[in-house]
Ligand binder design. Structure first.
Ligand code: AHR
Length: 308
């Protein structure tokens, strides 16, 4: 501010001749004080007033199906607090109807913005139209939706296809391109599950001796992974299985539990690769029970808040 004031003073001085400058010294000083100190002071007061009015943002989260999801929720709550945002959090319980009800309640409460982490891709059009009609800015986060782009400002997400590719590339390298694979799929209808599958299949299709022999949805949960793996261990020829490819760490951890239960050595008898990089999968790796994971950062909400 001092620099600003000095510059202004000299600017006025340069525009006047020496006689006038001395004569009008008092006027110059008065204006330079007004513009150099008083006006910036008023602007700073306005900024303080604005930043003291917190934004109210509604956040409809998928649920708490996985360790990654819980970390994502915690990171979002912490970021809201750090930014002074009044966050209305709603747990969608892995149910689209619950999420739609939450979105409608956000509209009723006349929030300043909405962030939607959708459980599935389709079926949102009606409520998105209602959000648009209410003039509330919407940001999609994490999984994708199939809807006209005019319904939302932007989407903050990772590249699920690439995650699938990375998991397959690791497995191809580890097995020299020879592997029969069990796939534990994420939630049916979610873009995370579909795109990871696309990326993984894209890479293994380059290797004639890599095939998925069984694919089932464990809904991104540990219980889901356990149940599917238990059935496989009881019905399939275990020696024919080279690897478990799970769309997330929680399902991989469930499958690992099942293997241990049925005296199969995870990570040795059957390789385990997944996505998320939650602490529990690193523990499993340290114990020699898991092989690889692809990192998905839970720190996503910052750009969504900034956009709103
Ligand atoms: O949409 C991202 C996925 O959802 C995570 O990989 C999984 O853990 C979560 O349930």
């Amino acid at each position: 501010m001092i620099l600003q004031n000095v510059m202004l003073f000299f600017l006025i001085a340069m525009r006047t001749n020496t006689g006038e400058f001395i004569k009008n010294m008092k006027t110059i000083l008065k204006w330079s004080i007004l513009f150099g100190f008083f006006v910036p002071f008023l602007f700073s007061l306005t900024e303080i007033t604005q930043s003291q009015t917190p934004l109210t943002i509604g956040f409809s989260q998928v649920g708490s199906e996985s360790g990654w999801r819980v970390a994502f929720t915690e990171a979002t709550l912490a970021e809201a607090e750090a930014r002074g945002i009044n966050l209305l959090f709603s747990d969608g319980e892995n149910n689209q109807e619950v999420q739609i009800a939450a979105l409608r309640s956000f509209i009723e409460q006349e929030v300043d913005g909405i962030i939607l982490a959708p459980v599935v891709e389709t079926g949102w059009n009606e409520v998105l139209q209602e959000i648009k009609d209410a003039g509330i800015p919407l940001v999609i986060i994490d999984r994708n939706i199939t809807a006209d782009a005019s319904f939302y400002m932007t989407r903050v997400a990772s590249d699920f296809v690439h995650e699938g590719r990375l998991a397959a590339a690791w497995l191809a390298q580890e097995t020299d391109g020879n592997c029969t694979i069990i796939e534990l799929e994420g939630t049916v209808g979610s873009s995370a599950a579909r795109d990871r599958q696309i990326g993984f299949n894209e890479v293994i299709s380059l290797f004639p001796n890599m095939q998925i022999i069984l694919s089932q949805s464990g809904n991104f949960t540990r219980e889901g992974g356990y149940t599917i793996m238990e059935t496989i261990l009881l019905t399939e020829n275990i020696d024919a299985i080279c690897a478990v490819w799970a769309h997330n760490d929680d399902m991989a951890l469930g499958a690992i539990d099942a293997m241990k239960q049925y005296d199969v050595d995870p990570a040795d008898d059957i390789l385990v690769v997944s996505v998320d990089a939650v602490p529990d999968i690193f523990m499993a790796m340290m114990n020699g029970d898991a092989n690889a994971t692809v990192e998905l950062s839970p720190y996503m909400v910052g750009p969504a808040f900034t956009a709103i």
